[in-house]
Design a protein around this ligand. Sequence first.
Ligand code: A2P
Length: 282
Amino acid sequence: MTEQTPVTKTNAVKVPTLPDAQNVTEVKHYTDRLFSFKCTRPASLRFRSGEFVMIGLMGDPDPKTNRQKPLLRAYSIASPSWDEELEFYSIKVQDGPLTSKLQHIKSGDEIILRPKPVGTLVHDALLPGKRIWFFATGPGFAPFASLLRDPQTYEDYEEIIITHTCREVGELTYSRNIIASLKDDELLNEVIGDGFWKKIKYYPTTTRETSVKMGRITDLINSGAAYNDLGVAPLNPDNDRAMICGNLAFNLELKDMLEAAGLEEGANSKPAQYVVEKAFLD
Ligand code: A2P
């Protein structure tokens, strides 16, 4: 008979079973098309606000070999670079290979996260300016959720304009909540300066449900309505910098508008006046 060693209480650490596994710590659903979630952050992961990583789940087993392969997509990190956890904001596509499954994750589940951040929506890709425009549609708000909580945004610019165009009012909840939370964020008010959030002008619009401001941001800029509503001067390459993140048609249309206004596209290797990224969706 072997003597049993007494059982001592230990802090249970969940052993990851997936490659590059991280544990989901929180999930919030906003509408039947949008949700956000948080997960643990790999200790080695450093990223610049606005960058994305590949995340996902294991795919279904191959019918012939029964082997499973990771199913990964690029996701902008929505949390700021100083945060202990990582946050993501996602669309739910009912027949999407990844998001049809990802939308069912719960706290305690594991996701795969490849810790290699990249992206163009970073301050390093822009030349100094006075005002920055963040243009988003739907889940394209994610990188701006990160950048709006990054002290550098407020150090670099006198004014920050964030536009968010969605189909329905409920799809604006996430951006509304993030922006409202800045007022009461003691850490950011202390680090950046009390009332830093007053530099932000938030311009939410809807296209398919009645709200205070209706219309696509592209149309509202072209008509001049957005400038009037915000009380700001039109886009000009001397003062304005911009970042675009939304669906493909939106990205292309806005890119053309910025070029027509005289702004040039920048990159990490060659900073200029605006940068663009598409939301990588199913
Ligand atoms: P609309 O309802 O007129 O198509 P989606 O959910 O399909 O990605 O769209 C998100 C938002 O982006 C919607 O409000 C949609 O307006 C708007 N949108 C789509 N294409 C464009 C575009 N080319 N320019 C501006 N807004 C766009």
